[in-house]
Design a protein around this ligand. Structure first.
Ligand SMILES: Nc1nc2c(ncn2[C@@H]2O[C@H](COP(=O)(O)OP(=O)(O)OP(=O)(O)O)[C@@H](O)[C@H]2O)c(=O)[nH]1
Length: 377
């Protein structure tokens, strides 16, 4: 699946809004990035101190110290904001822009003191690379591309300004070497490559998370996906004052299919039922394979409406027999039993809802199977 993606498709994926799981991972990544920034910002004070102690230009040390103080104040502010995960949706863009722009400002200040330092300071220029690499922690390709593009534009403008204003001998320096167009183009290319590499890492991370949340047999989201996704769905439903229902669906007499026709046919039956149900779902309904022959359907409905919806789907499963595909194989009617539970009435978290739905599923089995139960008896 992965190998078949073309570059255009990959690029579109990188630039698209990540799903809820990746956004949640990105929010904790933002907090990690904020903590890392505070630690790195504290280390920045070492640069002007080292510069002063090793006989560097006094003006450089003062600028370095001022820049470090500025970065430290903002680093603490970003950390404070990042402690409220996903509260400020603009935060990852703002912090990435800050990291890049702070680098440009320090380079410009160095250049104002001593022109070659603006373009040939290796230590400060490397902060662009760190700023772009740090966007990988946000698990969002849009932020990586944004930070990379901003670094290219800002550094490109700095190059243009220096070359437009400086004379040839101002670009020669005993400390920093010669500032040449060739070396500056190489730096721009390195920034573009860093951006492309970081975006690729983000893309791979997204694909791995996606793959770990998909059931290999049916292609449905799996238990891992459900356990990650449900808290967000429950929180959103709670904020909007809506109910969220969960239906636990179990195939009836599935053991007999395995025993009579073999496990391989059993697997095909599972895929068949998953496809029959999946084909009838709308965008706000999520079908998950919990494990074995148990499926879960999550619906943004109160319990009564969820029961009605499951009744329709139960009848649909029964009306679509499985065809073994062998010359003498008769179509097999597959039925399902279902237990439904809804938040907030039956519970506030996934395990409470699953527990309640499981109890009702057992009632459905005891009551003769091929039925939906949404109430305790
Ligand atoms: N082919 C196949 N079988 C599976 C898979 N996972 C679980 N099973 C089988 O599913 C069967 C589940 O049986 P049970 O739920 O205990 O019983 P049942 O026959 O379905 O009876 P009721 O649920 O009471 O209607 C077991 O035989 C498992 O081996 C799978 O991935 N593929």
């Amino acid at each position: 699946m992965d190998q078949n993606r073309n570059i255009g498709g990959t690029f579109r994926t990188v630039l698209s809004r990540p799903d809820e799981i990746m956004l949640a991972a990105g929010a904790s990544g933002e907090l990690l990035a904020a903590r890392l920034r505070v630690a790195l910002a504290a280390c920045l004070f070492l640069l002007p101190v080292t510069n002063a102690l090793t006989g560097g230009l006094p003006g450089e040390s003062v600028i370095g110290f001022g820049g470090a103080a500025f970065v430290n104040i903002f680093a603490l502010l970003w950390l404070r904001l990042a402690r409220r995960p996903r509260h400020y949706r603009w935060l990852p863009f703002a912090t990435a822009a800050f990291d890049v722009t702070a680098t440009t400002v320090v380079l410009a200040l160095l250049g104002a003191q001593y022109l070659p330092a603006a373009l040939n300071s290796m230590v400060v220029w490397c902060c662009y690379v760190l700023a772009i690499l740090m966007t990988a922690l946000r698990s969002d390709g849009r932020i990586t591309v944004f930070a990379g593009a901003l670094a290219l534009v800002q550094y490109g403008m700095l190059i243009a300004m220096v070359f437009l204003t400086a004379s040839a001998d101002q670009l020669l320096s005993p400390e920093y070497g010669a500032v040449t167009p060739g070396s500056q183009i190489q730096r721009l290319i390195l920034l573009a490559l860093t951006t492309a590499l970081t975006a690729t890492i983000v893309y791979r991370m997204q694909r791995l998370v996606q793959m770990s949340g998909i059931d290999g047999l049916t292609g449905l989201p799996n238990r891992t996906w459900l356990l990650h996704r449900m808290p967000w769905l429950l929180e959103a439903a709670h904020e909007q004052g809506r109910s969220l229902s969960l239906a636990l669906i179990d195939l009836d007499h599935f053991k007999a299919i395995n025993t009579d026709l073999g496990h391989r046919v059993g697997d095909r039956v599972l895929c068949h039922v998953a496809a029959v149900l999946q084909d009838a779902l709308n965008e706000s309904e999520w079908l998950v394979r919990l494990g074995g022959e148990e499926l879960v359907l999550v619906m943004p409905l109160p319990v009564g409406a969820a029961w009605e919806r499951m009744e329709v789907l139960r009848q649909r499963a029964a009306a679509h027999p499985f065809h073994p595909g062998t010359p003498r194989g008769e179509p097999i009617r597959i039925t399902v039993s279902v237990g439904v539970a809804a938040s907030p009435h039956d519970g506030h978290d996934t395990s409470q809802l699953l527990g309640r739905a499981d109890r009702r599923l057992k009632h459905a089995k005891r009551g003769g199977r091929n039925r939906v139960v949404a109430r305790d008896e």
